[in-house]
Design a protein around this ligand. Sequence first.
Ligand SMILES: Cc1ncc(COP(=O)(O)O)c(C=O)c1O
Length: 376
Amino acid sequence: MSGFNTRAIHVGSEPDASTGAVNPPVYLTSTYAQDGVGVPRFSDYGRVDNPTRAALEHCLADLENAQFGVAFASGLAGEDALLRTLSPGEHVILGNDAYGGTYRLLTRIFGDWGVSVTCVDLSNLDEVRSAIRPSTRMLWIETPSNPLLNVSSIRVLSEVAHLHEARVVVDNTFATPYLQRPLDLGADVVVHSTTKYIGGHSDVIGGFVATNDDELAATLKFHQYAIGAVPGPLDCYLLVRGVKTLGVRMERHCANARAIAEFLATHPAVERVYYPGLKSHPGHDVAKEQMSDFGGMVSFTLRGGTGDARKVCESTQIFTLAESLGGVESLIELPAVMTHASTTGSLLELPDSLVRLSVGIEDVEDLLDDLNAALN
Ligand SMILES: Cc1ncc(COP(=O)(O)O)c(C=O)c1O
């Protein structure tokens, strides 16, 4: 099977061998019968393995062109399992506009454990190179980033990090494997909040980590069952179901987001639009090189500052004021006080007039009318 949509629909979801059911059964079981002492038929325990989870892991790894994939109970649980491969005294370089929860996990949990972090502008190679220390073990890239939609070159950054034997991690939540496959571009690990586009319907929390490194995969699998932040079988089923339509949803998210970004760019109340699909975006050329389209997220600042930004967020009728992203429905939020409140007072602090849109797959005319009315 070679086409993305064909693989998204069929890999891991072969008709059930005993019944022919075309969808993978939801295996609600915490344990498995053993044919003799220590001879389980499938696995010894539900935390260690579950067939619905295996179907999900198989499919998502395939879509990322990865040999191995491990699913977790949330995006942050997956990040935690990966960061536990570090030792006290080691150092991580993180983009200075990373998701606030990643920053919080690194600084407030792993920081206390002795891991240090330097936040840099990943589009400035001199800054990246000068942040590298002998103890640097990881370069963490989010591209496009949340919520500023900055784009950085996975290929170039991987070359730089590998000269210093640092592992390159890409948070591919915003792009999804439909638009960008970081392992093909030189990265070592891909992380996802599957809560977002992969699930696609705002009804499940999940995480996923993919790699071609067998030793790392074995450690992640060990962390998955030894720590226990596993997704339940129903959640895995929702993700298996969601990912089947990822390709068609992403096409529509991208088309709608492009139309909205172009509309906002000409609106007099809007100060600046952040969307990598706009030619004026500083990362447009890199995005064009490493992504097949520019995604469904758009951010913008308002000339009227924070008061106007709040008013817009509270005035839309179709865009729902809510955190999260990547679902079929459009959402609007104020990152500085909502999703990214944990970055207040830090290097990652955001402008308080910044509005973030997760553009859904509704009719674009309705979305444009909604924003137009809220902005006027
Ligand atoms: C880019 C990115 N990475 C990771 C996460 C964390 O994922 P989760 O909320 O599933 O733990 C989020 C959540 O918003 C995110 O936006």
